[in-house]
Design a protein around this ligand. Structure first.
Ligand code: SF4
Length: 585
């Protein structure tokens, strides 16, 4: 007997912890009867179909999410044609809250595993192995054509085995880890709000499992815990363990509620290695009426304070989320939410759009809120009583600009200078989006140089008279990230003798003194010049505060040379280390 667990991930670097957890929970008894198959949504569906067919399973279970549902649906249309004898089961959040309707839609499905699947799946395997597959109504946690079976008890999280045996299967992929299940909050747009109570995995087990990641030097581990820090002692114990056992390599990702972080936690977080952890923090909106309507309790002032205190330590990457299309939030209100979150200076600001998930409490209020959303996944908002479709389209364009210019982390200095020319950051991105639109500059995958050049053209119009300083800011941002082999046209020419001589003399002297690049002491002057970059600037582009202070009175100064050292990068921003060659900047 072969039961194939099929996962279709959004990207190759992702893995699907759900199928690995089902597998691990039944491994002791049914290892010979299970297989896992992972694909991505970027593969051709016909190729996935062919590969599933070639594995000839007796039963197959798909792990269903909003991001893979279109692919799974296509497979459900064709799989029964080529594997008519194979039983098809579904599970996952996409099908757990509307299981009867899904069964009606797809006659080929045998049944749906509703909610937590580990124990249910094990009992299904028992039945298949005993060839007792006529009637599954005795297995709890299922939705069958005859209706729901008994409700499945909530799973004891500490009773689940660890998912990973080896790291080979997962090399170059993100590993996921679950130290708690459930969320104590009740945000109305979220399926976790209807999850059962919060359960924690035994902390001794967690420590042992963290050791696995640490000793294998896994690059990134993402905790899937819905609100990781909802139980203070649990979060503290894990962060303390990571602090004491850091391997210098592994990065751990947590979704947290920032406003409940206390001073003890902040102190501990401040001690972690730069880049050791990253935090994802949902803000969603700052409009109080909106927050009340979506049942989201949040102390915004405390959240701002916590984000700012974490930021000051410059050791943790913070990712803040906003959602457009929530009740009572119109375009102006969203602009206000954006500006307030932007002012917190997150490392990433994700501008998302409401998704109306079947089963989420907000789905019962779509008429009251006038919410229309796409019929197909991701069921994304098209308009609400407060936000027209025109507004949504405008916000989508702003989102693209935020992705390209803010979240790409490649324009830090130029953006912070450019912001001063607009009445708010949102207006800046909105104006930039309108400029892209007017000029027809939207393109599928714009190169880095293209985005820099467009920005220079934009600032010529919207912050005119500043071309020289913008040229230098763009050059500075550009070389902070990359030792460009081909120099963009807007950069000043360095072919004059004076520059050539300076470079030549500097690297010759550095070879003797090892003053700026002592770690590169094995390299001669020619090699050093290839590994680093030396650039003259006539404005203090590296000093954001100084530029801001003297914005209206910026004077061109004698050239100062900045050395970009790509062998040393900031662990958070990945920017090269920079030195003013007559002293560190
Ligand atoms: S949005 Fe986050 S905090 Fe709110 S219910 Fe969902 S998981 Fe919990």
């Amino acid at each position: 007997m072969k039961f194939l667990l099929a996962a279709i991930n959004a990207k190759y670097i992702h893995s699907n912890p759900a199928v690995y957890s089902l597998y691990a929970y039944s491994r002791d008894k049914h290892e010979q009867s299970m297989e896992i198959a992972e694909y991505t949504i970027n593969q051709r569906t016909e190729d996935i179909l062919a590969q599933l067919y070639e594995r000839k399973p007796d039963a197959i279970g798909f792990s269903c999410y909003i991001w893979n549902w279109n692919v799974v649906r296509e497979l459900l249309d064709d799989l029964p044609k080529v594997l008519p004898e194979t039983d098809i089961w579904l599970g996952g959040p996409q099908v757990s809250f509307n299981a009867p309707q899904i069964l009606d839609q797809f006659p080929c499905i045998k049944g749906i595993m509703v909610g937590e699947g580990e124990v249910t799946f094990r009992e299904l395997l028992d039945r298949y192995e005993k060839q007792d597959t006529e009637d599954f109504s005795g297995v709890a946690g299922l939705c069958l054509r005859s209706g729901f079976t008994a409700e499945r008890d909530i799973t004891d999280l500490s009773g689940l085995p660890f998912l990973y045996n080896d790291t080979e299967t997962f090399s170059n992929r993100i590993l996921y880890y679950e130290s708690s299940r459930g969320c104590p909050y009740r945000c109305s747009y979220c399926l976790s709000s209807i999850d059962k109570k919060v359960r924690l995995r035994d902390i001794d087990l967690v420590r042992k499992e963290l050791d696995f990641f640490l000793s294998n030097k896994v690059r990134q581990v993402k905790f899937v815990d819905r609100t990781f820090n909802c139980v203070h002692e649990h979060a503290m114990a894990i962060w303390q363990y990571l602090y004491e056992h850091d391997n210098g390599v592994t990065n751990f990702h947590f979704e947290i509620s920032a406003d409940i972080i206390n001073d003890e936690e902040l102190e501990l977080l401040g001690k972690l290695r730069p880049g050791q952890i990253q935090l994802e923090i949902g803000v969603q909106s700052v409009n109080e009426e909106t927050l009340a309507a979506i049942n989201r309790k949040m102390d915004l002032k405390r959240l701002e304070d916590v984000v700012s205190r974490i930021r000051k330590n410059h050791n943790i990457h913070q990712h803040l989320d906003l959602i457009a299309g929530l009740p009572y939030e119109d375009y102006e209100s969203f602009k206000n939410s954006f500006d307030r979150v932007y002012a917190m200076k997150p490392d990433q600001l994700q501008l998302g759009f409401l998704k109306v998930l079947s089963g989420a409490p907000i789905s019962l209020k779509i008429q009251e809120y006038g919410i229309l959303y796409t019929k197909q996944p991701p069921y994304e908002v098209l308009c609400t009583r407060w936000l027209s479709y025109d507004d949504v389209i405008r916000l989508k364009k702003v989102e693209e600009m935020v992705e390209q210019y803010y979240n790409s982390d490649q324009f830090g200095h130029v953006l912070s200078f450019m912001e001063q020319a607009f009445d708010s950051p949102f207006t800046m991105f909105e104006t930039l989006a309108a400029f892209y639109e007017e000029k027809g500059y939207y393109t599928n995958s714009p190169s880095r140089a293209y985005r820099y050049e467009v920005l220079l053209e934009f600032t010529d119009i919207y912050d005119s008279g500043m071309r020289e300083i913008y040229t230098e800011l763009l050059t500075y941002d550009l070389y902070l990230r990359e030792n460009m082999k081909s120099r963009p046209l807007f950069c000043r020419s360095l072919t004059e003798d004076v520059y050539k001589r300076f470079r030549h003399d500097f690297y010759r002297e550095e070879e003797q003194t090892r003053c700026y690049l002592p770690e590169l002491c094995d390299y001669d002057s020619r090699q050093l010049s290839g590994m680093t970059h030396l650039e003259p600037f006539s404005y203090p582009v590296w000093d954001k505060e100084e530029l801001m202070r003297s914005r209206n009175n910026l004077q061109k100064q004698e050239d100062k040379y900045i050395l970009f050292d790509y062998s040393k990068r900031d662990p958070l921003s990945k920017e090269a280390a920079v030195y003013q060659v007559n002293g560190k900047t």
